[in-house]
Design a protein around this ligand. Structure first.
Ligand SMILES: C[S@@+](CC[C@H](N)C(=O)[O-])C[C@H]1O[C@@H](n2cnc3c(N)ncnc32)[C@H](O)[C@@H]1O
Length: 306
């Protein structure tokens, strides 16, 4: 593994276990509610049938999908079944291993593997089911990663069930400032533009940005090129209200992604005290009173059979 990915490991641990909830239990509860609905869709699409020997969750993070699989597989007939947690992050794997020690006699067995989705440390044709949730989106070459999944899947019955956001679907590079800030910022468009431009300056060009360099058609075509016999991609386009537990402080302090500064940090760096105050006067009431704009999102759910 490269130095870069080791740095990423720390950023992911910080993000998944701390930054994304920002010590706000109400916000965490709301976030977990929709994360669990994604987990349930991924596991439904995995079509577990009790015969699986190896279930592999790639980019297992804090165990959302893998622990869900463990729960669903606990009464299955195959007593040698294993749930494999695979992640680049050693500390997230350790976090999951700790959780698993609190489950009395977990069945199936849990295995923790540090590795990358791009080079899975498993033999050809050895895995029954591979899942991911929001992992391919952080990998540059999705086509070869899906090919790698195909290689490790068992002949004829092996399958993938993936959930990946399509961030590029509604992305306009922040042109619509109101949408970008999720509220009406026309009165302070000078300040909003400064913040938006700062974030723009941090972004790689679109073709090099793993979060934006693909769409749903690329994912289904990657399944075809890899050799899957059949694949189904469901695209969900979502218009959702602001999270009710999100107040102005959390709005400013939750970084949008790992390795990206929060708005609070950016404002402190590039705005004057007067500009910060003007921003707060306009934005705080809209966020605290939940008068902000609805959020657009696009999610893909992919099922493919070898
Ligand atoms: C957005 S989190 C998703 C975690 C988990 N799948 C979930 O549903 O909550 C992305 C995870 O992918 C891991 N990751 C990033 N790049 C990876 C790679 N190339 N191979 C395997 N895991 C990777 C990160 O360490 C992190 O745990």
């Amino acid at each position: 593994m490269t130095e870069g990915s080791l740095e990423e490991k720390d950023a992911w641990t910080q993000w998944l276990l701390k930054a994304r909830y920002l010590g706000n239990p109400e916000y965490a509860k709301e976030t977990l509610r929709y994360l669990r609905s994604f987990r349930d869709s991924v596991l439904d699409n995995a079509k577990l049938n009790g015969k699986e020997e190896f279930f592999l969750d790639v980019g297992s993070g804090d165990g959302l999908i893998a622990f869900g699989a463990l729960e669903r597989m606990k009464n299955q007939s195959n007593s040698t079944a294993k749930v494999i947690f695979l992640d680049t992050s050693k500390s997230l794997l350790e976090h999951c291993r700790q959780i698993s020690t609190n489950i009395p006699n977990p069945k199936p067995d849990c295995i923790f593997v540090q590795g990358s989705a791009e080079y899975l440390p498993f033999k050809d044709g050895s895995i029954d089911v591979i899942t991911t949730r929001s992992v391919l989106v952080y990998i540059q070459d999705k086509r070869s990663t899906i090919k790698e999944f195909y290689r490790t899947l068992r002949e004829k019955t092996g399958r993938i069930s993936l959930f990946e956001p399509i961030f590029g679907y509604f992305d306009d590079n922040g042109e619509d400032l109101n949408r970008y800030f999720a509220c009406n910022v026309s009165e302070i468009s000078d300040i909003a533009t400064k913040i938006r431009d700062f974030y723009r300056s941090l972004k790689p060009p679109k073709e090099k940005d793993s979060k934006l360099n693909f769409n749903e058609r690329d994912l289904i075509s990657a399944c075809e090129v890899a050799g899957f016999t059949e694949a189904l991609l469901q695209l969900h386009l979502i218009l959702e209200p602001q999270n009710k537990a999100l107040g102005y402080e959390s709005y400013l302090s939750i970084p949008p992604f790992p390795n990206v500064p929060s708005m609070k940090e950016v404002m402190k760096k590039i705005l004057s005290t007067d500009e910060i105050e003007r921003f707060e006067n306009v934005v705080r009431p809209q966020i605290d009173q939940h008068l902000g704009l609805k959020h657009h999102a696009a999610h893909s759910l992919i099922y493919a059979m070898k």
